[in-house]
Design a protein around this ligand. Structure first.
Ligand code: NDP
Length: 574
C-alpha cells in the first residue's frame, strides 16, 4: 500500500487553508451567478457585437420546411449532421448567430487560442475527413478550419442560415412541426429540432460598478477586436493593456500580450492551476502508419475504459470509505503542492509567486496547461494585480480601481468567462399544450439522458445538464450525436412522425442523476467557480450526471434497445 508522503497533519493544515480561501471568496461575492451579467443591452450592447461578421448581407425572411434544424453551428451540430447524412437524411439546416460554423472556435479567436485536449481525440471525424492534426494540441485556427471542412464535406452550407439568432421554438400541433422564429423575421418549420447552442457560448461580464464609464477601448475575449490590436497585436506596442480574469482564456492570452504590449496588468481574483503543456508536432512517420478507422479505435478504448485517475489509484487498498476519501484527498493535495513548487521554480519574485498559487483541490476549477504563462510574470512590462479573492469591483473612466489605486489603461480585456450549460433554454421553447421549457424546469431540470424532455416531441438537447461531463467535450457530444441520429433514423425507418420520451423514463433518469450527486461533498468544499455553480451547490438535479462516462454511454444504448417502452412514438395525425 502506498504510504502518504507527509504526516496527516500536513494535509489537514492545507485543507484548512483551502477552506479559508473559499470562505474569503464567498464573503466578497454576491451569491452564485448574480455577480455576473450576460444581458448585453444599452451601454453593454457593444460586448455582444460579432467582430468577425463583416458586411452581413440583407435577405428576405425564410418560411420553409426542413427535416432537421440545428440551433447553433458548432461541434454538436457538425458531428451529429455527419451521422444524419450517413443515414441518408437530406434536409439538414444549421441556424447560427455567427457568420460561419465553428461555435466556440468561431468566436474564440483571441491570440494564443488552443485546445488543452489532445488533438487526435478532440477533433471529431478525423477518420471521415482523412485528416491528421498538425500538432499534439491543436491551435484555434486549425480547429476552426476543421469545422469548416466538416461543413463542406457534409454539404451543410447549402441550407445553413448565418447571422441569425433563434428567438422562439414552438411546437405546432396543427402540422406537428416545430416553428422556429428568428431575429431576421424567419418562421422556419422543422420536424426535428436539435438544441446545439453550446455549453459555454454566451459571454458574461462581472457586473463591476462604473464599467460603462471606462473611456478606453474594451472587449470580451470571445469578441477579439483585431482592428484595434492589429492581427499580430502590433498596435499594442505603445498601449497599456489590462485583463480581468485569470481562467483558461487569460492564461493563453497573457503570454501573447506580454510579448508585445507596452505594459500589461493582470487583474487576478483566483489563480488557475498551471501545469506543463507537453506539445509536439505530429510525427509524420506515425501519421503515415495510421490505418483507416484509427480515431474510432481510440474512441472505443475511451468508452470501454474504467476511470483510472490519480485519485482512484491513490485510493487502492483503502480499508474503509473514510480512508479511501482521505487517500484521494491527500493525493490531490500532493498534486496541487507540485503545482505550487513549479511556480516557485519559475517565477522570480517571491511575492508574485505566492500570489499565483492556487489554494483549492485539483479540478475545483478548470485546470490549465501552459509553458509561457508563468514566465510572463518575470518580464518587466507584466504586472500581477492580485486582488486576493475580492476581484475588481470598480472601474473609473481611466481603468480598474483596487485598494484606492487607479490603473490607467488604453485597452481593457474582459476574460470573465461564459454562462454555463444553458443549452436548450436560450430562446423561448414552447412544447405541447403551450408549456414553456423554462416553466417545466422551474422546480428542477427533467430529462432523459440530458437529451430528451417529455412534452417536447422531436426536440433534442446537446451538451446540457443531466448528461455526462467529460474533459474532452467532443467525446461526450459524439455519443449524443450518435444517439440522436439513431433515434431520428428509428422514427423514419418505422414510419413514425414523432418521438416523445415517456414520463416514466424521464423520472427514472432524474432519479439516476440525483442518486449520483454529491457523493464526496468535494464540490461543496471547492472554491467558487463555474464547476460548482459559484459555490451555490444546493441544486439536486440541475447538474451533470456523475455516474461515469462509460455508464452514460451504456445507458444510451439500453434506452435505444427499448424504444417502445421509453418513448411515445406516433404517426402523423391527418
Ligand atoms: P472562466 O470562467 O474560466 O474564468 C473567468 C475568470 O474571470 C476567473 O479567473 C474569475 O475569477 C475572473 N473574474 C470574474 N470576475 C472578476 C472580477 N470582478 N475581478 C477579477 N477577476 C474576475 O472563463 P475563461 O474564458 O477563462 O474560460 C472558460 C472556459 O472555456 C474554460 O474553463 C474552459 O472550459 C474553456 N476554455 C478552454 C481552453 C483550452 O482548452 N485551453 C482555453 C480557453 C477556454 P474567479 O476564478 O475568482 O471566479
Amino acid at each position: 500500500m502506498a504510504r502518504a508522503k507527509h504526516p496527516q497533519q500536513y494535509y489537514d493544515q492545507i485543507k484548512d487553508k483551502f477552506r479559508e480561501e473559499r470562505n474569503l471568496r464567498l464573503g466578497y461575492r454576491p451569491p452564485g451567478t448574480d455577480q455576473f451579467t450576460s444581458e448585453f443591452s444599452g451601454d453593454l450592447a457593444k460586448y455582444a457585437v460579432d467582430p468577425y461578421a463583416k458586411d452581413v448581407p440583407s435577405r428576405e425572411p425564410i418560411s420553409d420546411e426542413v427535416e432537421v434544424l440545428f440551433i447553433g453551428g458548432g461541434f454538436s451540430a457538425l458531428l451529429t449532421s455527419a451521422r444524419l447524412r450517413e443515414r441518408g437524411i437530406e434536409s439538414v439546416r444549421i441556424v447560427e448567430r455567427g457568420s460561419d460554423v465553428g461555435g466556440t472556435w468561431y468566436w474564440n479567436r483571441y491570440p494564443g487560442a488552443a485546445c488543452d485536449v489532445v488533438s487526435y481525440d478532440y477533433l471529431p471525424l478525423l477518420d471521415e475527413l482523412d485528416y491528421v492534426p498538425v500538432n499534439h494540441y491543436s491551435r484555434g485556427p486549425e480547429i476552426f478550419s476543421h469545422c469548416q471542412a466538416i461543413a463542406h464535406k457534409y454539404n451543410l452550407y447549402d441550407l445553413a442560415v448565418f447571422n441569425t439568432t433563434v428567438t422562439e421554438t414552438r411546437w405546432d400541433e396543427s402540422d406537428q412541426l416545430w416553428h422556429v422564429k428568428t431575429d431576421r423575421g424567419d418562421v422556419m418549420r422543422a420536424q426535428f429540432v436539435i438544441c446545439a447552442n453550446g455549453t459555454l457560448a454566451k459571454p458574461k461580464l462581472s457586473a463591476i460598478a462604473g464599467m460603462e464609464s471606462f473611456a478606453g477601448h474594451s472587449f470580451h475575449t470571445s469578441r477579439w477586436d483585431y482592428d484595434y490590436t492589429g492581427q499580430n497585436l502590433e498596435h499594442l506596442k505603445d498601449k497599456v493593456v489590462g485583463i480581468i480574469g485569470t481562467g483558461a482564456s487569460a492564461v493563453q492570452i497573457v503570454p501573447e500580450l506580454a510579448k508585445v504590449a507596452k505594459e500589461v496588468f493582470v487583474f487576478q481574483r483566483t489563480p488557475s492551476s498551471i501545469d506543463v503543456r507537453d506539445d509536439w508536432p505530429t510525427d509524420p512517420n506515425w501519421a503515415r502508419k495510421l490505418e483507416p478507422g484509427w480515431q474510432n479505435k481510440r474512441r472505443s478504448k475511451v468508452l470501454a475504459a474504467v476511470e483510472n485517475s490519480l485519485e482512484k489509484r491513490a485510493a487502492k487498498g483503502a480499508s474503509s470509505p473514510e480512508e479511501k476519501l482521505k487517500k484521494q484527498e491527500n493525493a490531490n493535495i500532493d498534486y496541487m503542492m507540485r503545482i505550487h513548487k513549479r511556480i516557485d521554480e519559475i517565477v522570480d519574485d517571491p511575492a508574485t509567486a505566492d500570489a499565483l498559487k492556487p489554494w483549492y483541490m485539483f479540478m475545483c476549477k478548470r485546470p490549465c496547461f501552459h509553458n509561457e504563462y508563468l514566465p510572463s510574470f518575470n518580464l518587466p512590462n507584466v504586472h500581477l494585480v492580485d486582488t486576493h479573492g475580492q476581484g475588481i469591483t470598480k472601474i473609473s473612466p481611466r481603468g480598474p480601481v483596487f485598494e484606492g489605486k487607479e490603473y490607467g489603461l488604453d485597452l481593457l480585456i474582459y476574460a470573465t468567462g461564459f454562462e454555463v450549460q444553458q443549452t436548450g433554454i436560450y430562446n423561448d421553447i414552447v412544447g405541447v399544450d403551450a408549456v414553456n421549457l423554462q416553466d417545466k424546469y422551474a422546480d428542477g431540470i427533467r430529462t432523459l439522458l440530458g437529451i430528451h424532455t417529455a412534452g417536447f416531441p422531436n426536440l433534442f438537447i446537446m451538451g446540457g445538464y443531466q448528461a455526462s461531463f467529460q474533459f474532452n467535450l467532443t467525446e461526450m457530444l459524439q455519443t449524443q450525436g450518435d444517439h440522436i441520429a439513431a433515434c431520428i433514423d428509428y422514427v423514419f425507418a418505422n414510419g413514425y412522425h414523432t418521438l416523445d420520451v415517456s414520463d416514466a423514463a424521464e423520472e427514472w433518469w432524474v432519479q439516476e442523476v440525483i442518486g449520483h450527486r454529491g457523493k464526496t461533498g468535494r464540490s461543496e468544499e471547492c472554491t467558487p467557480g463555474y464547476y460548482n455553480f459559484e459555490g451555490n451547490e444546493q441544486r439536486r438535479q440541475d447538474g451533470n450526471y456523475n455516474g461515469g462516462f462509460r455508464q452514460y454511454f451504456e445507458h444510451q444504448g439500453l434506452v435505444r434497445e427499448k424504444m417502445q417502452e421509453n418513448f411515445h412514438l406516433a404517426s402523423r395525425k391527418t
